[in-house]
Design a protein around this ligand. Structure first.
Ligand code: F6R
Length: 260
C-alpha cells in the first residue's frame, strides 16, 4: 500500500488526475471504476480541465460506477446516475453507452447484480478503481461486516452512512435504506486502486485501513492485500497515521521513473 500525503485536497486531486491521464495515454481504451460522493468531485473537475485544455481523450474509455441507491430513478437529483452526469460524463467525450452504473430501479436485484459482474468481466476487468472511504471504513457501500469476498449485491446502509449522505437529499426521510454496490471481492479484482480521503472525518478510518488489522469491521483494510493500492490523502486525513513521516520520506525518495 502506498500512502501519499499532500498539503491540500487540490494537490492530491491534481496528482490523481495526472495518474489517470497517464493510464489513458498508455491505454486509451482503459476501463475505469468510478466513485461518487463529495471526495472525487475535484478529481473530476481536474480531469475535465485536462480534457478541455490538454485534449485528454475519453472516447474509448469504459466506466463502471461502484454503487447506486435502490429505488432512485436516474433522473432523481440525489441518484448517482445524476451525480455522474452532472459532475463528469456530460463534460467529457465519453460515449454514454460506455458508462455503467448499477440500476437503482431494478426489479430483479440478483439478476441485475450478476449482469453487472458479467459486464465488468466482458470489458476485460477494471484497470483502475477510484475509491472514497466512509467514516466507518466502508468502500463502495460495503458497510462494516461486509464479506471481504463479496460481489455486486444489495446492501443495507447503516444509519451513520444515511446521515452522512443526508446533505444530498432535500428531505432526510427520502434517503434510501438499500443500495446496489460492487462487492469487496469485486473491488479487490481491479488491477489498481486509487483511494482518496480528505478532511479530519477520514483520519480514523484511514489509520485503521493502513495501520490496523485486516478486518471486515473496516472493509477498506482489505486493501492491504491489494497488489497495487495507492492512498491520496490530505494532511487532515493523514492526521492519525503513526508512520506518516516514513510515508513522506518514501514519497520524497521515490526514483524518478516511479513518479507520475
Ligand atoms: C460512493 C461510495 C462511497 C463514498 C464514501 C465517502 O460511490 O462508494 O464509498 O466514497 O461514502 O463519501 P464522501 O466522499 O461523500 O465522503
Amino acid at each position: 500500500m502506498e500512502v501519499l500525503i499532500h498539503p491540500t485536497k487540490h494537490a492530491a486531486c491534481t496528482l490523481g488526475a495526472r495518474w489517470i491521464a497517464r493510464l489513458l495515454r498508455q491505454k486509451p481504451d482503459a476501463v475505469l471504476g468510478l466513485a461518487t460522493g463529495s471526495t472525487p468531485v475535484l478529481l473530476y473537475q481536474e480531469l475535465i480541465r485536462l480534457h478541455r485544455e490538454e485534449g485528454l481523450d475519453f472516447r474509448k474509455v469504459t466506466t463502471f460506477n461502484l454503487d447506486e441507491y435502490l429505488g432512485l430513478a436516474p433522473e432523481h437529483p440525489a441518484s448517482y446516475h445524476h451525480f455522474m452526469q452532472e459532475n463528469f460524463f456530460q463534460h467529457v467525450n465519453i460515449p454514454r453507452e460506455n458508462t455503467h452504473i448499477p440500476d437503482g430501479l431494478s426489479t430483479d436485484v440478483p439478476a441485475t447484480c450478476q449482469a453487472y459482474e458479467d459486464k465488468i468481466r466482458q470489458a476485460g476487468g477494471i484497470d483502475l478503481q477510484i475509491l472514497g472511504i466512509g467514516g466507518d471504513g466502508h468502500i463502495g457501500f460495503n458497510e462494516p461486516s461486509s464479506s471481504l469476498s463479496s460481489r455486486t449485491r444489495i446492501k443495507t446502509l447503516t444509519e451513520r452512512t444515511r446521515q452522512d449522505n443526508a446533505p444530498f437529499f432535500a428531505n432526510p426521510a427520502d434517503i434510501p435504506q438499500h443500495v446496489l454496490t460492487m462487492g469487496v471481492g469485486t473491488i479487490m479484482e481491479t488491477r489498481e486502486v486509487l483511494l482518496l480521503a480528505f478532511g479530519p472525518g477520514k483520519a480514523a478510518p484511514i489509520a485503521a485501513t493502513v495501520e490496523g488489522p485486516v478486518t471486515a469491521f473496516v472493509p477498506a483494510s482489505i486493501l492491504q492485500f491489494h497488489p497495487k493500492a495507492t492512498l491520496l490523502l490530505d494532511e487532515e486525513a493523514a492526521g492519525l497515521l503513526q508512520r506518516a513521516e516514513y510515508y513522506r520520506w518514501v514519497d520524497a525518495h521515490k526514483p524518478t521513473w516511479q513518479r507520475v
